[in-house]
Design a protein around this ligand. Structure first.
Ligand code: ADP
Ligand code: MG
Length: 645
């Protein structure tokens, strides 16, 4: 029998076990996972093999500079052993291993930032929680789904003594020093009553093939010899040999036509630590001046830390098939931080560092090419599978908008990918592309009209939309945090200018120009404009009869280049000084209130009424009043007058 199998419990301990409590978050997560992922227990093996493979990748890399770390065992392998009678199962690797401190840190705490917040979002609804936990990637702890007790024996490559970690997955774990361990890690599971089925060669082989075939290192099991027949000589039983159960060829090095969708999906789970299938992927080998292979994935769900700027991101970098680093963020722009995958370069040197990556021109070219690849992949999805793309947009649209605002080289491609809510569609569904908008608008319409507001409700009821609604002109409704910033950078798409409906003058196509202009002109003549301007004084930049309003008496319009109220608030919140800017006041000459106002002989009363219209205009577009109590006072004295008449 092979040594691993007999040695499972054979180490001599040198010291007393010391107990530690699991970090609170780790404990919570452990409990939740056991319950919510229970129906898919077999993935524990994928997680343990994935960790073993990561550990081997790390040693391979460190051994480039420090070959002595390999000691006298230059090969790399993962082995799976089991004992059906004892109900134990072991996953053994000869990778980098862990020091005592590593063990305590890495197997006792969850270092990911934002874990607390993440846990608060769990609802108790099993199905939902399972998918949330999946995104979180809980790796090692999945062992407790099948085991009453988990034991980890490990020695860091080059380290002196080893460590035994043991836990029943409840509140605590124990750690003790152990002598004479080979380098690497063995994880031993004492299977629970429901999971004895895993101590079975056939079952294990099929799980390994299903989930871990793509791993670039051999996963070995002892070969199965036919049971000796009754009349065989008992003397010469042959020794079973180790044999690889997986194909042990790194998936991205294979040709596309050789890799099945299921294999791509499993590989994604290995690189991303996500439990869900990816939404889409793109696998390419580039030859020529630069030679590299990339395998890029778009996830289905946004990770919980998408908006945490410090969150790890980037691709796994390999150089000539040797793992170099995780989270090489230099290969994609920040706005594609949700993309996962691998890049394997033939040109970079094995000892590249993050600093070198930052300056290397070859990295810049690869990054430009990979960016285009991802945008192409998204464009294809948008064209061929619009429903799937919609799912993508709902998860990642706001991040992609960062790109449309800052990546000038790819702006056209990014604009094509944008989706907005629009007055054409009922409800707050962000599914209108600029191309669809322009197709409906027709050639006569010169501009792409949009409104920016703080919420969908405000973007739907804004007085600025009235004339557009009346004339059936579509307006895009923007209400994401980032939209104001986005639109301050976008000026045109497909030769059409973007036009904020709350800004500047608007020239509408197919308007009954004559009647409108005439009415506006006659109102101007009447001196009403003059009177209002005097009443509002330096609160406004200008006053005029409006062409935008149908139902509302008045609205505020921003200058073409003035800062919007949202932008102003953002700048002020960030402690920046926002330049002063005054709105233009537009009134609706046909509105009964305005008609009545025009006939008001009492100047003081006229002033009060105009101030009320002014404040209401700010309120109607979701703004705030400079002096709200004064507004309430004015309105109340008017109401009193009315009621006491
Ligand atoms: P992840 O793989 O996402 O980091 P896991 O829960 O799977 O999370 O593993 C936690 C950590 O424990 C790993 O990041 C690694 O540092 C350590 N670890 C787990 N298994 C091994 C192993 N076989 N060899 C070395 N380190 C390991
Ligand atoms: Mg893991």
């Amino acid at each position: 029998m092979a040594d691993e199998q007999v040695d499972i419990d054979g180490q001599t301990s040198s010291g007393q076990p010391e107990s530690f409590g699991f970090q609170t978050e780790a404990k919570q997560l452990l409990k939740l996972m056991i319950h919510s992922l229970y129906s898919n227990r077999e993935i524990f093996l994928r997680e343990l093999i994935s960790n073993a493979s990561d550990a081997i990748d790390k040693l391979r890399f460190e051994a480039i500079a420090h070959p002595e770390l390999l000691e006298d065992d230059p090969g790399y392998r993962i082995r799976i052993v089991f004992d059906a009678d004892a109900g134990t199962l072991g996953v053994i690797d000869n990778g980098i291993g862990m020091s005592r401190d590593d063990v305590i840190d890495q197997l006792g705490t969850i270092a990911k930032s934002g874990t607390g917040e993440f846990l608060e979002r769990l609802t108790g609804d099993q199905q939902r929680d399972a998918s949330l936990i999946g995104q979180f990637g809980v790796g090692f702890y999945s062992a407790f789904m099948v085991a009453d007790e988990v034991e980890v024996l490990t020695r860091r490559a080059g380290g002196e003594s080893g460590t035994r970690w043991r836990s029943r997955g409840e509140d605590e774990f124990s750690v003790e020093s152990v002598d004479d361990l080979p380098r690497g890690t063995r994880v031993i599971l004492h299977l629970n009553a429901d999971s004895k089925e895993f101590a079975d060669a056939f079952r294990l082989r099929s799980v390994v093939r299903r989930y871990s075939d793509h791993i670039g290192v051999a996963v070995e099991m002892l070969e199965e010899l036919p049971a000796p027949g009754d009349d065989d000589e008992p003397a010469e039983a042959p020794e079973p040999q180790w044999e690889a159960v997986n194909s042990a060829k790194a998936l991205w090095t294979r040709s596309r036509s050789d890799v099945s969708d299921d294999e791509y999906k499993e590989f994604y789970k290995h690189v991303s630590h996500d439990f869900e299938d990816p939404l889409s992927w793109s696998h390419n080998r580039v030859e020529g001046k630069l030679e590299y292979t990339s395998l890029l994935y778009v996830p289905k769900q946004a990770p919980f830390d998408l908006w945490n700027r410090e969150a790890p991101r980037g691709l796994k970098l390999y150089v000539q098939r040797v793992f170099i680093m995780d989270e090489a963020e230099q290969f994609l722009p920040l706005y594609l931080r949700f993309v996962k995958g691998v890049v394997d370069s033939n040109d970079l040197s094995l000892n590249v560092s993050r600093e070198i990556l930052q300056q290397d021109e070859r990295v810049t070219s690869i990054r430009n090419a990979l960016t285009k690849r991802v945008l192409n992949m998204l464009d294809t999805m948008a064209t061929k599978e619009p429903d799937q793309y919609q799912g993508f947009w709902d998860e990642f649209g706001e991040v992609l908008k960062e790109g449309a605002g800052e990546d000038f080289a790819n702006r056209e491609a990014l604009c094509k990918l944008l989706r907005f809510a629009s007055t054409h569609e009922p409800g707050a569904t962000k599914n209108v592309s600029l191309d669809a908008y322009l197709e409906r608008a027709g050639d006569d319409q010169e501009k792409i009209y949009y409104v920016v507001a703080e919420s969908f409700e405000n973007a739907s009821s804004s007085p600025h939309l009235e004339v557009f609604k009346q004339r059936g002109i579509e307006v895009l409704q923007l209400y994401d945090r980032i939209d104001e910033w986005l639109m301050s950078g976008l000026t045109e798409y497909a030769d059409k200018q973007f036009q904020d409906v709350a800004r500047g003058d608007i020239d509408l196509p197919e308007a009954d120009e004559n009647t409108d202009e005439e009415e506006a002109a006659s109102a101007d003549d009447s001196g009403l404009t003059e009177r209002i301007a005097t009443a509002l004084g330096d609160r406004v930049e200008s006053v005029k009869a409006s062409k935008r309003l149908i139902d509302s008496p008045a609205c505020l319009v921003l200058g073409e280049f003035a800062l919007s109220p949202q932008m102003r608030r953002m700048m002020e919140a960030a402690g920046q000084a926002a330049p002063e800017s005054k709105p233009h006041f537009e009134y609706n000459a046909k509105h009964p209130l305005v008609v009545r106002l025009d006939q008001e002989p009492d100047e003081d009363r006229f002033d009060q009424l105009v101030r009320i219209l002014f404040d209401q205009a700010a309120l109607a577009e979701g703004g705030t009043l400079e002096d709200a109590p004064a507004y309430v006072d004015r309105l109340n004295s008017l109401l009193l007058e009315l009621l006491s008449d």
